[in-house]
Design a protein. Structure first.
Length: 233
């Protein structure tokens, strides 16, 4: 943790008062599970907290920066910024991937470069920073790390297929869109999800992914690309 603390100080001028929060943020469940006797805390609860404060800060930024854009556009833009792949990229930019503590199995299977793990890590760090130093510290970090890339338009071309599918379907009036996990496979540290998307009860697409979110995006993409073959769309 000393090297991580030095990195945070040098690059972001961040010094944690409670270093145990930082340690927990960088502890994956696989590591905690392999050291059960030590009763080590992992980062899932901090991830939950970090997700909430991230949504708040990005929402406030978009609301102020785009006063004439409707709610739907703002929601779509936000989803592009905070999606799993984007957050994983920020983790790599911050070199967080070097310091996460993984179980041996997760390490061997390439977990250190897995978007799901790195995206969760970024949110867990935000949660730890929130508890240690408050909302303003989180906001400063986000504005230092994330907002410059937002302002250069790096997320304007990211396709949110779930939103695109919804927009296509709304042309014909209200419809019911549901995403359902139909199968899970693989070990706990490397699960593969299969998801189907239903439109008014009819299957319109299916997808696979390392997380439910990615599988849902793949299912929506499949539905969008085959929409001309479906009478519902």
């Amino acid at each position: 943790m000393e090297k991580l603390q030095a990195l945070l100080l040098e690059r972001f001028q961040i010094v944690f008062s409670d270093s145990s929060l930082l340690d927990t943020a960088f502890t994956h469940t696989s590591y905690a599970n392999e050291h059960r006797l030590l009763k080590i805390s992992h980062n899932e609860r901090l991830e939950f907290l970090g997700d909430a404060v991230l949504q708040l800060v990005i929402s406030e930024y978009l609301y102020k920066e785009h006063p004439n854009r409707p709610e739907g556009d703002l929601s779509k833009f936000r989803s592009m910024i905070v999606r799993e792949e984007s957050l994983a990229g920020f983790s790599r930019d911050c070199q967080f991937d070097r310091y996460i503590k993984l179980g041996k199995g997760e390490e061997k299977s390439g977990g250190r470069d897995r978007d799901t793990i790195l995206g969760d890590l970024f949110e867990a760090f935000l949660g730890a920073l929130l508890l240690d130093q408050g909302v303003e510290a989180v906001k400063r970090f986000i504005y230092q790390v994330m907002i410059p890339k937002v302002e250069t338009g790096q997320f304007s071309q990211v396709i949110d297929y779930k939103t695109r599918l919804q927009e296509l379907l709304q042309v014909h009036g209200d419809v019911e869109i549901q995403y359902q996990v139909v199968s899970e496979s693989g070990p706990a540290h490397a699960k593969e999800f299969e998801v189907e998307v239903f439109v008014n009860g009819q299957t319109m697409g299916h997808g696979h992914g390392r997380s439910k979110k990615l599988a849902e995006q793949e299912a929506a993409r499949n539905a969008v690309e085959t929409r001309n073959d479906s009478p519902c769309i």
